[in-house]
Design a protein around this ligand. Sequence first.
Ligand SMILES: Nc1ncnc2c1ncn2[C@@H]1O[C@H](COP(=O)(O)OP(=O)(O)OP(=O)(O)O)[C@@H](O)[C@H]1O
Ligand SMILES: [Mg+2]
Length: 250
Amino acid sequence: MDAAAVIETENLTKLYGHQTAVDRLTLTVGEGEIFGFLGPNGAGKTTTLLMLLGLTEPTAGRVRVMGLDPARDPIRVKSRVGYLQENMGFYADLDARQMLRFVAELNGIAGRQAEERIAAALEAVGLAEEGRKKIAAFSRGMRQRLGIAELLIKDARLAFLDEPTLGLDPDATVRIMEMIMGLARERGMTIVLSSHQLNQVQKICDRVGIMIKGRMVAQGPMDQLAREKFGVGPEEFSLEEVYMKYFLEA
Ligand SMILES: Nc1ncnc2c1ncn2[C@@H]1O[C@H](COP(=O)(O)OP(=O)(O)OP(=O)(O)O)[C@@H](O)[C@H]1O
Ligand SMILES: [Mg+2]
């Protein structure tokens, strides 16, 4: 397998009973890339992410994440990989600092180093003033930003973001997307982002994959997919139109 690839799968497949949730997925994501993982509800996106994280075992196929097999080495994979879930569950009783201290501890970071990282992470996500506020009192947007702070504390090399802007207002959405772009461009973090907000995806992703009924029907730079479907260049298309064309033809 390619040494520069952070994620590589080959015919990765997941069955739930007789139902095929992910069907022979072959995917490569390179270092520092922002990959947009698109597809309708029930397409198999979350199932794919769970296999990449070692949280559910593939039925068939090969998968490597930073050279490791997540099913065999889940702890090492999880220590390097961040995961922002669809519905971020936090310990609501903790305040933001306590929560991040807990994350630091889990990752073997303690003492002054932990406090410095926590302060820097809170600052970076615009929560410096909210460190002592209970997470129970956080808005959705604040919770998502706290999730990003968690990635910074861990210094994740790869992050899976499953609908990080779900339910956010337009301003909070743009802020989160800008932060995600910063993670990749300034820190070289590799990002796999699942989202239904295609106008935002179009702004920040380098490549996208479109999964429909478990099958990746298209994969590549957006202008390439646009050209395939419409024969036009990158200026003249919206990702939404391209997506709908693949969707209707699948
Ligand atoms: N634990 C499970 N047991 C049985 N079936 C499951 C399980 N998890 C997911 N599925 C099924 O697998 C398919 C893919 O689901 P998945 O959650 O991966 O889709 P998704 O692309 O993330 O959708 P969404 O955009 O709604 O989040 C669906 O048909 C779903 O019902
Ligand atoms: Mg999902």
